[in-house]
Design a protein around this ligand. Sequence first.
Ligand code: C2E
Ligand code: CA
Ligand code: CA
Length: 725
Amino acid sequence: MKSLATRASATSFYTAPIRIEPLCLKCHGAQEAAPPGIRDRYTSAYGYRVGDMRGVVSIRIPTAKFEERVMRLWGGQLLKSLVGYATVFLALGLILDWLVIRRLTHLRVSTQRIAAGNYATRIAFRQTSRKTDEIVDLAATFNRMADEVQSRDRSLEKLTQAVEQSPANIVITDLRGQIEYANAACVNDTGYSREELLGANPRILQSGRTPAETYRALWEALSHGVKWEGEFTNRRKNGEEYVEWAIVAPVRDAEGAITHYLAVKQDITDKKRAEAEIHNLAYFDPLTDLPNRRLLMDRLGQALIASKRSRAYGALVILDLDNFKVLNDTRGHDIGDRLLKDVAQRLMAHVRQEDTVARLGGDEYVVILENLSEDEASAALQAESIAEKARQALGQPFILDGSGYRHEATASAGITLFQGADASTDLLLKQADVALYQAKDAGRDRLRFFNHAMQAAIDARAALESALRHAIGNGELCLYFQPQVDLQGHIIGAEALLRWLHPRQGSISPAYFIPLAEETGLIMPIGDWVLRQACAQLREWAKDPASRHLQLAINVSGHQFHQTHFVDQVAACLAESGIDPSRLKLELTESVVLSNVEEVIERMQQLKALGISFSMDDFGTGYSSLSYLKRLPLDQIKIDQSFVRDLTENPNDAAIIRAILAMSQSLGLDVIAEGVETQPQHEFLTQCGCRSFQGYLFGKPMPIEDWHTHFSGAAARVTSVDPVV
Ligand code: C2E
Ligand code: CA
Ligand code: CA
């Protein structure tokens, strides 16, 4: 122990032995070895040995001073240390704050934002060195996480938006069928608000018109965990029914358990309606709602098959209103339509439930009667009874407009029977049609059955049609000319009348083949041919002063007159032939001018502007109203031969002829009487004021060669009572 510290009340002692240490020997060893400064100054104090005790050192220090000094030293030291530590701590704090706390706070704030759903938030740290630390790594991880969440969120939002805004009606229900979600289209389609829909069962939409089978199939599919597709007829909140196409599918969770049902539906009401309309247009007559020709043929085909199975006879009945055209032309199409609708209803009411009533077009109706007897005669009786009842029903007066206009109609009917499917639908329709024509021919307002003699007529007619197609090309058509004379018997012109000189059948009457030509459209080329021939003849007559004044009348059928280019056709013909248009006269019948009067007047005026004139043919057989006569730009009226024929015996006909003549005079119209065969007829007509005549009395229709033979020479005059030919 080198030191000893003793503490007295106010003083501190330090006492210690002084011992020789090897270092001391440097000066106090041998004298000779001592350094010169020591050796020279001190003679003693040599020869010491290490470890000798050479004395005691005792130091006394006043304690207070010592303590004060110690305290001063220690205080100073402490302060320095404190300042040092404080500085270090501060610096450490700052570094910690800079490097950790701030970044952690930033990290915390950012993650809180992300947690709050702000997925656009990113944690940004300034890169201080190339090396990254854990916090930067952590931040980068958070950023990646935010990226991922944000991208999922975005796509989810797009998913969600698409569902909400989808034009398809989307509904999600729980397993009990309660609606948990309904999109905007669902709200729109059903008319229920979202609040009303949520929690409700889709049953609220049921109209009661969806077949029970549909719901059964739906639940059957869902219970097997598979999707179902089908059609519901539902009802909107406002009571309106609508049809929707639905796909209903189970929704499964991650484990595959079904948690919900998803229904995606589309309102197909308009589509269904359009489909129905198209179907209706294709198969039903829009005026009467009856099946049209197409559906009729379809049903007839089915009836034939059914008859083949059952061996029961069926019948096809065609009913046609007599003189419907006159009503249509005189009272207007609205009234005509009204009659057609009423007829449809009466027919429906007077046939059996299972019979099909269809409208063929115009005023022609067809009834298919099925399940008649297996015996032909009995079946005919049954068919006749039903058809006659329907026909009689049409004979009852119709009240056709608000003013109580009462229309009395009659109808004709043609019937053909069928058994099995041997006859084609076309053939049956033709047979019934032939029977109908027989009924009309026999005086209308009656019923006729088709028989085999009629079949022969059908075949003949078909053969005729095909022959007529070649008649023009084969040069089989020719014009005959029938003279028209004035009061003095001078020839003033002719009516050109068509003849068909069939190579085997000889001359065929236009009364027979003109209707066929009209039906088949052949009247267009034939009418054109007549017009050209007439113009050519007028050009010939124009060359001779003796025949230059003659007027030639041609008959123009309705189809021909109503075709679009008729006026152009006439104008072209006039221009090509270079004839005086006032020499050409067109004969129109009342049925031609009465259909679409306005258009006819305009067309007649266009033709009159070309310089040609008009004669009203068969006058008195149609409607013969003064009101329309006044409006038509006519030049002449031709009294129908039916009045002339009987005028000497029938006072009625005589009265009609007088009336026609008086009326025409007041209207300033020229009158010609046709079918004048006898002198008494001629005299009567002359007395009544008729100035022009046509008929066998003056000449039959004749070929142009005969005409030249009979009427050559200037101002040919026919005075003979004997027919010329
Ligand atoms: P329609 O225009 O009334 O012609 C008059 C018809 O009466 C002609 O018959 C004529 O031969 C006949 N006839 C003339 N005078 C007498 C008479 O004194 N007594 C009797 N019993 N009959 C007489 P046709 O030539 O057989 O013509 C029949 C119908 O065919 C014509 O009736 C006309 O509607 C039509 N037709 C004739 N030629 C043409 C034509 O070129 N085009 C058109 N679209 N129709 C024509
Ligand atoms: Ca005529
Ligand atoms: Ca006539």
